[in-house]
Structure formats: C-alpha cells, structure tokens
Design a protein around this ligand. Structure first.
Ligand code: ARG
Length: 703
C-alpha cells in the first residue's frame, strides 16, 4: 500500500566523492563506482516507492553531494527552512533546492548568512509531531535553533554531537513511529544524553552499538512500521521486530563513502503539523565582554574553547585589537547555550577569565535566603580563588574572605552590606546567598607585557616542571624567600612526613630557624617522625644516618608519642629539654605557630594534634591569612586542603615526587602556582644551598 507520505530524492547522475568534508570521505576521493551508486540508489528509490510517493529534484553538474536531499532544508507543513551549508563545497546546492521548494508552493525561510544549518540532516521531527530534535556541534550552529522554533512554531530540543563520524544528527539518531527512538548514545555529550533520556522512556529507546552505528543503521527511513536502512545486525533486527518494526535492508555502500545512506538520500516533505504544539526553545544567548591581553595571554582562545567544550557556541561580535605593545584588546562575544543550566556552567567559567556584561546589560546578582543553617539554596554560585565582586542594589561589593568552593553570602552589618565567601556549613539563616551567574565579576589584573615577562622569571609558569627545571625553580623560590623575609612578609609551609624520611628535616629546621617560615601546617605524622628522629635517631624505625631498619624500631614511634603525651604538649616537651632539635623544636623556639590536623590513621595522637577537623580547618585558615607564599612539601592531603582556602595571588610552590599531586594543585589555574616533581629532601637541600649563596657576601676569586 502506498501512503500519502512524500519524499524528495535527487538521482545520482553527478554523484561522486570529489572532496573531503567529513571523515567518511577521507581516502575515498573518486573511489565510488558510478554504476554501483546508480544501481543502489535505484533500489532505494524503488523500495521507498513501494510505500510512499517520491518526488525528484533535478541533479546539477558540479554539485556531487546534491543526492543527499535530506540536506535541502527542513520541512514542516507548508513551511521550509532552507539549508545554509557550512562548507562552500555544498553551498551551490542551495538555490536549486530553494527553486524546487518554491515551485512546490512551500513558504521558504532563509537564515541570516553565516549561520549554518543543514536541514533535515540536522533536525528531525518526533514522528508524533510533538517536537523537533535539532543537532549542533559540526554542521549546524546552535544559534539557528531559535529560528527553527520561531518559523516552524514548534518546540526545539538541542542535541550536541561529539563524534565527528556522526557529524549530522541523522547519522546517529532516528525517531520512529509510536514514539520509539533509534539512536547511538556515543555520538552525544552527556548533557544531551540526559535530555534524550528525559524525553523518551526507557521502553521506547533503542540504543544501538557502535558496530551498527558505523553501518549507518540510524540513517534510516521510517514509513509507518517499515524501517529502511543500509544494513542492520541480527540483534538490531530482532530488537526492532519485538516492537513491531520491519527492517528492509538495501545496500548503500557507495554512498557511505561520502558519509551518507538511506535517510540522507531522502527528504520527507509531508510532515504533519499538530495544532496544539507551539514554539519554545531552551537556547539562551548572552553577550559578554572580555578585556585584557586577550591574544598574548591566550585569554580569548581559552574563552572560546571553553564555550565550545562545555556545549555552547559563540559568535565574536567585536574584536578591538590593542595596537601598541602595552595596550589591551577588547572583545564582545555572543555566547549561546542549549539551556539555562549549560549557560550557567559556561558563564561561571567565563567569569573566572574576567568576562563581564555589557554596561547596559548589567544587573544585580540574584539572591536567595538561607532557609536552613549550613545549607545553601540549590543554585548557589560556587566561589573561586579569584577576587570577586557582586552587584547588589546597583553597587558592586567586593567579596571578602575569597576562597574556592564556598558560597557568597550577603549580610547587612552596621557598615552596610557585606559580601563574604563562606563554606556551606557556616551559612546562617537570614543570610542571602548569590545564586545563578548574574551580577558577578572577577577582577583580573591586566599586567603589561613587561610585568608578565618579569613574573615569568618567578611564577608565571603554572605547568608541571620537569627535572631539568628543578634547579631553576629552586633559584626562584630562594629569591622570593629572601625578599619576603627581608620585607617582614609571611611564608607558610605545609609538610608531610616524607620531608623527614627523605632527610629534609634538618633543612626545614634551618629555614625556620633563619626566619624564612612564619607558619607550619601538617598532620600528626610530620611531628611524630620529626620528634622520633631527634629523640631516637630513627624515623618510623629506620635509622636516619645509616638508612637501615633498627630491630624493634617501629616501637620508637609509639614511645615518642607516649613521651610527649606525658608532658602534655610539644612545647612543654621542648621546654623540659626532651626535644632538643628538629622542625617542631625550631617552631617552638622561634615562635612559629603550627597546626597539626588529625586523621583517622593517626597513632596517639600527639596532644597537639587537632582531631576536630572543623576546628583544624579554621586554624589552618587563620595561619594562611596574609601569607604571600605557601611551600607545599609532599603532603597531598594538607596541600589540597590549603589550596582550597587560599585566594588567587598567593604564590604556591608544590613539591612532590608524585606528578598527580603537583598537577592537581597547578590545575587551580592560578598563574602563581608552580609545581615541581622531585624528591622533597633533595629540593630542600638545594634550596638551602641557594639561600646560602644569596646570603654569603660576594667573594672575588682573584688570581
Ligand atoms: N558528503 C555529504 C556531506 O558531508 C554527505 C551528507 C549526508 N547527509 C546527511 N543528511 N547526513 O555533507
């Protein structure tokens, strides 16, 4: 039986693989056989004709891909949105398709130029007519989706394609009758998969494996209960049969060489309109402004990359390139996202790069009250290490207590409104918390090129340093330590027990003694090992001089703890003359405050170890206040803890033999962080040598 459904096709008279605009075409230039292509196309044509009406558009010489009539445009009812091809190789097809639509009395809508959209290749109607699925990521631009919604008066659901083999939505996605969906989940990003799963119930989803997907099983023509495709595995055929679909296979291998199959070769031109459905789209756009050394600091690339990586798209509206060496550039970028949720994620990252709203778009931050102590409103803005401002009642307030992973709380005080970063547990009922991503900006210093180059000498490189760079970093750190000490500044050290095992204890002791350290953070272990070494000459039972295990030595560890417990604290043990050297000894003698944060594995613990972790975090935060540099020595736990509470601008040097720890800290993205993968004992000894060089008077070697 032939239904009233119509399809548009285009005979392969001029078909060939002439160029490469998708991965399937690679290596296939002029490799398809015209005869076989004609034969395969005719077979498909006849199969479809058995079930529907087929219209033909005249093929045109020089436009070999015109066979893929799915890309002519997107039809709904009387309306058609004409394609705007991304690649010039196909743009010449547009007028021929337009002519055909006009001759057949469709109302043709054309998109603004430079806004690519490739028709029914990238936009597929739900077979029940409830909504339109629209793809983006390779050929069609997200910004075309709101036009589709408006012109076709239908809800548009945007799906992002991630795998370039599936560059058109119809290569990996096929809505079927009765609300079924045949698709290849691997072609989409996780957000889109979630969107699909929310719309289509599990019983209706037919997710296929990669092996079927690369045979273009999703590139199928569905006419009622019939599904026509190039090839399907037995399991896919039976899966479809179970839910009432019959698969008709018709080989289309010659067209696969150009990256198309059954569906691409057809365009359904009768698409029923449902009266009750109307336009909606979740696509949002927003214009942001970026200013600074956009090019040479790589800021613009980072901004544009992150927009795309996170599932959005962009259009650069203005770009004023700074002309002089010192002058900054400014860009205005229109950011689009498939939903508000994705927009929030993108904008919060752009805020970190210093993006701001255009002055006329500036709005107050959205605030929501804390309703339960220690719990933020759902959509709270997560704070970062960068100096932040929020707009309240038309005024920009500087956020105090800047740290990452907190919420921004607004409270009114005697001195007016105050904005502060707070960790969740500290939020109090009655405070207002910043939600969403509106009215928030970070203040990025725009150093001149000279300044940045000068900084490069010290801390510009936030990458992980290779062994060869260790010495260079040591020189820089020594220089900074000297400067900070001489200026009466503050350096904090976080240290793990490895410092002691690797023989770094004596060097760290010296740093403290000579006034380079103003605060020490660690756990129970560093203190116990340090004291053990100084009381017994071993560290965890290993003789530190000879490097061999001492018989029964592991008991030293507990004996030391026990001894300190007897005195009541490390300070008292030092005062009693029980501890006479070492890191902890120097802290006590030089009035350098220390905090030891406890953990589940602590032996003892020492009386000084703070086993209340909330208090330990607070005590850490106090020590960090005002620090200019933090030296993180082989303690992943304490270093990451410290990293989270430290605002941008504080120089952090992370030394660890494990590259993962170093990377984790330099991932803060703060340019002041530098990582060194090396043995911490070695690092400290080099550091001491370098400091000696800097402090010993210059001796000329004459003769
Ligand atoms: N070579 C064509 C292109 O890359 C193939 C188009 C396939 N069409 C489709 N609807 N998927 O544009």
């Amino acid at each position: 039986m032939v239904s009233q459904i119509r399809f548009l096709m285009c005979a392969p008279d001029h078909y060939d693989v002439d160029y490469v605009i998708n991965p399937w075409m690679e290596g296939n230039i002029h490799k398809s056989s015209r005869d076989r292509a004609v034969e395969q196309w005719n077979k498909l044509y006849n199969v479809i004709k058995d079930h529907a009406i087929v219209d033909l558009v005249t093929p045109q010489k020089g436009w070999p891909d015109m066979v893929f009539s799915a890309n002519a445009g997107l039809v709904l009812g009387e309306n058609v949105v004409l394609s705007r091809f991304l690649h010039k190789e196909r743009q010449g097809e547009e007028p021929y398709f337009q002519q055909w639509f006009e001759n057949n009395s469709f109302k043709v809508y054309t998109l603004p130029k430079d806004l690519p959209f490739e028709g029914a290749g990238d936009a597929l109607l739900d077979r029940e007519g409830r909504w339109l699925w629209a793809g983006y990521g390779f050929r069609s631009e997200l910004d075309s989706h709101p036009y589709l919604a408006k012109w076709l008066d239908i809800e548009v659901i945007s799906l992002r394609l991630m795998d370039e083999r599936f560059y058109h939505l119809d290569t990996c996605f096929c809505p079927l009758a009765n609300g079924y969906l045949l698709y290849y989940p691997g072609a989409f990003d996780s957000y889109s998969n979630r969107v699909i799963e929310m719309r289509v119930t599990p019983e209706k989803r037919i997710a296929i494996a990669e092996a079927d997907a690369v045979n273009f099983a999703c590139n199928a023509v569905n006419i009622e209960s019939i599904v026509i495709m190039n090839k399907a595995s037995d399991s896919l055929k039976s899966r479809l049969a179970e839910v009432g679909f019959q698969v008709i296979e018709t080989p289309l291998t010659e067209f696969l060489k150009a990256g198309g199959a059954a569906k691409c070769l057809t365009l359904r031109v009768t698409e029923p309109v449902r009266e009750e459905v109307h336009a909606t789209t979740q696509v949002e756009s927003r214009i942001i402004r970026l200013e600074g050394h956009l090019l040479d600091a790589g800021l613009i690339n980072r901004a544009l990359d992150l927009i795309v990586d996170m599932g959005g798209s962009f259009q650069v509206l203005k770009f004023n390139l700074g002309e002089q060496r010192q002058s900054t550039s400014a860009a205005e970028v229109r950011v689009s996202a498939p939903s508000h949720e994705v927009m929030e994620e993108i904008i919060s990252q752009l805020i970190d790069l210093g993006a701001v709203d255009l002055p006329q778009d500036e709005r107050d931050a959205k605030l929501e009250p804390v309703l339960q102590a220690g719990v933020a409103p759902d959509d709270f803005y997560v704070s970062t290490i960068y100096p932040t401002e929020v707009r309240v009642n038309g005024q920009w307030l500087k956020v105090e207590n800047q740290r990452m992973d907190g919420a921004i709380a607004i409270s009114s005080t005697a001195n007016g409104l105050v904005a502060r970063c707070k960790i969740l547990r500290d939020l109090e009922i009655g405070e207002q918390v910043v939600v969403d991503v509106q009215g928030i900006r970070t203040i990025r210093k725009t150093e001149s090129r000279e300044q940045r180059n000068a900084q490069e000498f010290s801390f510009m490189s936030s990458g992980v340093s290779s062994e060869r760079r260790v010495e260079l970093v040591v020189e820089q750190v020594a220089w900074e330590l000297r400067k900070i000490r001489d200026a009466g500044g503050k350096v904090v050290v976080t240290a793990g027990p490895v410092v002691i095992h690797t023989g770094g204890g004596e060097h760290l002791s010296r740093l403290i003694r000579e006034g380079y350290v103003q605060g020490l953070l660690g756990g129970n272990a560093i203190a116990v090992h340090d004291i053990e070494q100084n009381m017994m000459g071993t560290s965890l039972g290993v003789d530190m001089k000879r490097g061999v295990a001492v018989r029964g030595g592991h008991r030293h560890h507990l004996k030391v703890i026990n001894a300190i417990r007897r005195f009541g604290s490390i300070t008292k043990a030092v005062d009693a003359g029980v501890i006479t050297s070492g890191v902890m000894y120097e802290c006590v003698k030089n009035d350098v405050p220390f905090v030891l944060a406890g953990s589940i594995r602590d032996d003892g613990p020492l009386p000084d170890t703070q086993m209340n972790l909330i208090l330990a975090q607070q005590e850490y935060a106090q020590i960090i206040q005002g620090a200019e540099m933090i030296l993180m020595l082989s303690s992943m736990l304490h270093s990451i803890g410290v990293g989270n509470m430290t605002p941008a601008g504080v120089k952090m040097v992370c030394v660890d033999i494990n590259p993962a720890v170093v990377t984790k800290l330099s991932d803060r993205g703060s340019i002041e962080s530098v990582g060194v993968v090396t043995d911490v004992g070695l690092f400290l000894s080099l550091l001491i040598q370098q400091l000696d060089k800097l402090t010993s008077p210059y001796v000329a070697n004459v003769g």
